[in-house]
Design a protein around this ligand. Structure first.
Ligand code: PLP
Ligand code: COI
Length: 365
């Protein structure tokens, strides 16, 4: 076993009462409420990673000149802890492919000129938080959303990589990401804004990407849409991804198609869906797909289903697309059969049901 950091434990002296927690867990929403603890680890140029702690969740004290407030040197991850029940009824807790998050965190760190954290320490930090706050994992449909992140914490206004960083993990009990629950979502296509360019930070999970997407997301909301779809920056033609999700198309020959990696976030749900589909003998292609071709294919029936996917959203079917020039439905606007079966297989795997041939379920405790 890999030797990991030791986390000093400083329990909260004022945890939320059991009754208040039960009330929150009955309808947690998404990202509104947080557990009693957090994990922090500090990195300095002199000492490297040190001072790993599991401690009471509390605000940070940062200097007004703190680098992250000025130059946005910040990255994050999104993952979940689940209550599991196996086919034979045994109950437990699990993460889903946490080493994938650890690896992506480090590639985001490299892109943003930040220090990397050994993958085993990243996973140990997440495990330590789930262990102390496991009572916060909702029963039933919900899960505990985990947010590891790192930011530059040096008071210095010169533009260069900071010499001090804080790594932190917080946790939030969550239900469905979309307010409509399992209802198919509506997606707005942005014609004015793009998310990422070649050579930019599209493949990194850095806060700045999300800040830049908010104006387009607000436009989507004004158009009564749930999410925004971005096209490529160079030609404004090729489908990339949504503000917080990857996208898949189900074609009339039963195959799946998704945009290639490069300027998009390499989603762990995306990667898992591709594998699950291939396991079922479904052809999966990664190829550039123009929005015009997609619209024609949706209208002709060549595209049967469209779904979006991510840790927060899981798999959500797309019922309608809207853009400045009009709107069109996908199929009959309802969730399609392949979307439904992939969702059931993925959620089952995450929650302990069905075989786990690739060893993705990371059981805890
Ligand atoms: N694309 C973006 C921009 C995201 O924010 C996310 C969510 O994390 C995803 C895709 C999906 O990634 P994952 O499946 O790893 O959660
Ligand atoms: C996630 O799915 O974990 C994300 O970070 C995306 C965001 C929409 C919450």
């Amino acid at each position: 076993m890999t030797q990991t950091m030791t986390f000093a434990l400083n329990r909260s002296v004022s945890p939320v009462s059991e009754a208040d927690r039960a009330q929150v867990l009955a309808d947690p929403g998404f990202g509104r409420v947080f557990t009693d603890h957090m994990v922090t680890i500090t990195w300095t140029k002199e000492l490297g990673w040190h001072d790993a702690q599991v401690r009471a969740r509390a605000p940070f004290q940062i200097d007004p000149a703190c680098a992250v407030l000025h130059y946005a040197q910040e990255i994050f991850e999104g993952m979940k802890a689940y209550r599991t029940e196996s086919d034979d009824g045994a109950k437990g807790l699990a993460l889903f492919r946490p080493y994938e998050n650890a690896a992506r965190f480090n590639s985001s760190a490299e892109r943003m000129a930040m220090p990397t954290l050994p993958e085993a320490d990243f996973v140990a930090a997440v495990e330590a938080l789930v262990e102390i706050d496991k009572e916060w994992i909702p029963q039933g449909e919900g899960s505990l959303y985990l947010r590891p992140f790192m930011f530059a914490d040096e008071a210095f206004l010169g533009v260069r990589p900071a010499h001090k960083y804080i790594f932190c993990v917080i946790a939030s009990p969550v239900g469905a990401y979309f307010k409509g629950g399992a209802k198919p979502v509506k997606v707005w296509v942005s014609s004015d804004y793009t998310r990422a360019a070649q050579g930019g930070t599209g493949a990194a999970k850095c806060g700045g990407n999300y800040a830049a997407s908010l104006i387009a997301q607000a436009e989507a909301s004004r158009q009564d849409c749930d999410q925004v779809l971005f096209l490529d920056a160079a030609e404004h033609k090729w489908i990339e991804e949504l503000g917080g999700m990857n996208i898949f198309f189900v074609l009339d020959d039963g195959s799946l198609m998704t945009p290639p990696l490069g300027t998009i976030l390499p989603g762990i749900t995306r990667k898992s869906i591709m594998q699950l589909a291939r396991d079922e003998g479904i052809t999966v292609t990664e190829r550039k797909y123009s929005f015009d071709e997609f619209e024609a294919d949706a209208r002709s029936g060549r595209v049967r289903e469209v779904f979006v996917c991510g840790t927060a959203a899981v798999i959500a079917s797309v019922g309608e697309m809207r853009h400045a020039g009009g709107a069109f439905a996908i199929g009959n606007g309802e969730t399609g059969a392949l979307t439904e079966s992939l969702r059931n297989r993925l959620v089952g795997l995450q929650k302990g049901k069905g075989s786990d041939p690739h060893g993705w379920r990371h059981t805890l405790g």
